[in-house]
Design a protein around this ligand. Structure first.
Ligand code: C2O
Ligand code: CU
Ligand code: CU
Length: 473
């Protein structure tokens, strides 16, 4: 509380100016209301089944968002978001990465269980002008909704907010929901300056995480999606924003959760009024058209994540409009058994992570266990193949989403104000949000030896040092 007052005083003057500028920049208005475009697929050049081969080139590209102006993005294969990679369980994958940026980069396969040497760690930078090939085999139990983005030391936030992030889906050969029309909604954030160029991070962005004037869906501003005639869709939703929380609501419809980051849950969770996706998270939701109506807005409702300083009040954001006019049918019952997940066994070790914040002069520091990330330091050691418990504590006044590389984990329990709530839902996750003062206990198994990062997925906090590493032996 005291810290908040102090920061408020410190930043009030400068932020007020910044926000006046940002608001002045708003009327530039991107074109809105166009039909939602499907994600562009990444073509597979491997000629044989079970193999996927392609090239991803990261380079600057000018896109016309505003009349008469080209906005420079950094993009994979010229596309914002990056092209959709669609794989099957068991596929062998070879992706050639070409770095045509002026900074080192990597490609990290967020959530996908791949060996550390293929996971785009900051320890394996690809220099400007250089290339490398990422090779891995998709595990047989990995069907789910993932994404890829850069992970170079100190440049992750900037490379992601300039456009480098793309979706990746792993499909199962037998999918119990295969008959339902599938819809992809990748939400990303865009902050433009007064000229219509991508703005640099300001002090507020470094503190609270960057949130621009726009939230885009598949790279479009408030697109319209024409709902499937059959009256039901399966949505895969990605929160690829640096810091924006998506408290998803579709007024007039309830949502049915069928999958989390790493794939389907055991049974559909129907009747949800909303679903919160923290930065980095994904979800699979089944949407039924519901009572006859023409349109509804898909909204990211206001979510108080404890931002610091003198920031303008949050407002609800319409992500997309859903047009139900073409709906002709009423969908039947959903399958009640989607997957079989097993609860993790007893843990043989515990790693304790505490998120914290501190001031250093005028700089806000974001820390784990009181320290900033150091590529040369190993914070924990673990062992491949065994269940390890992570106790993650948010000792700060702001929400932080915890992300662990290399595996999907099971949340065991959440604790806040002394109240422990066991997690009943078995679900594969690689990112979990922590409210201020909350503790989350989770169980994870790493499959391969090597170094893995864990960090806050507000990318500015990660770059500021809210990251650590575990070495798996
Ligand atoms: Cu989305 Cu360290 O990753
Ligand atoms: Cu990751
Ligand atoms: Cu954070």
């Amino acid at each position: 509380m005291q810290r908040r007052t102090f920061l408020g005083g410190l930043l009030a003057a400068s932020l007020a100016g910044v926000w006046r500028q940002a608001l002045a920049a708003q009327p530039v208005g991107l074109p809105a209301g166009q039909a939602l475009a499907p994600l562009a697929p990444l073509a597979n050049r491997a000629g044989t089944p079970g193999h996927f081969a392609a090239t991803l080139i990261a380079e600057p590209v000018g896109l016309s968002l505003l009349p008469g102006h080209r906005t420079e993005f950094w993009a994979y294969n010229g596309s914002v978001p990056g092209p959709l990679i669609e794989l099957y369980e068991g596929d062998t994958v070879e992706i050639e990465f070409v770095n045509r940026l002026a900074q080192p980069s990597t490609i990290h396969w967020h959530g996908l269980p791949v060996p550390p040497s293929a996971d785009g760690n900051p320890h394996d930078p690809v220099a400007p002008g250089a290339r490398r090939s990422y090779r891995f085999t998709v595990p047989d139990d990995a069907a789910g909704t993932y994404w890829y983005h850069p992970h170079p030391h100190g440049h992750t936030a900037e490379q992601a907010f300039r456009g480098l992030a793309g979706p990746l889906i792993v499909r199962a050969r037998h999918d119990p929901l295969a008959g339902i029309a599938e819809r992809h909604l990748l939400v990303s954030d865009l902050k433009l300056d007064a000229h219509g160029d991508i703005a640099d991070n300001d002090a507020n962005d470094w503190m609270n995480g960057r949130e621009g004037q726009y939230a885009l869906v598949n790279g479009q501003l408030r697109p319209t999606l024409a709902f499937a005639a059959a009256g039901r869709e399966r949505w895969r939703v990605w929160n690829a924003c640096s810091a924006r929380y998506l408290r998803l609501q579709l007024p007039g419809s309830t949502l049915t959760l069928v999958g989390t980051d790493g794939g389907l849950i055991e049974t559909p969770q129907a009747g949800l009024g909303e679903y919160l996706l923290a930065p980095g998270e994904r979800a699979e939701l089944v949407i039924d058209a519901g009572p006859r109506r023409d349109r509804a807005a898909l909204v990211a409702a206001v979510y108080d994540r404890g931002k610091m300083g003198d920031v303008p009040p949050d407002r609800p954001v319409v992500l997309a409009d859903v047009d139900f006019a073409g709906v002709g049918g009423q969908a039947g019952a959903l399958p009640q058994r989607l997957a079989t997940l097993t609860a993790p066994g007893a843990a043989s070790a515990t790693h304790r992570v505490e998120f914290g914040e501190a001031m250093n002069g005028d700089d806000m520091l974001f820390l784990i266990n009181g320290r900033r990330y150091d590529m040369a330091r190993i914070d924990f050691t673990g062992q491949a193949g065994r269940v390890e418990q992570w106790e993650v504590v948010n000792g700060s006044d702001m929400d932080h989403p915890f992300h662990l590389h290399g595996t999907q984990f099971q949340v065991l329990e959440r604790e806040r104000d002394g109240v422990k709530t066991p997690e009943r839902l078995l679900a594969r996750r690689d990112t979990v949000n922590l409210r201020p003062g909350e503790t989350v206990r989770l169980a994870a198994v790493q499959r391969w030896p090597g170094i893995r990062m864990f960090h806050c997925h507000i990318l500015e906090h990660e770059d500021a040092g809210m990251m650590g590493q575990i070495r798996i032996d």
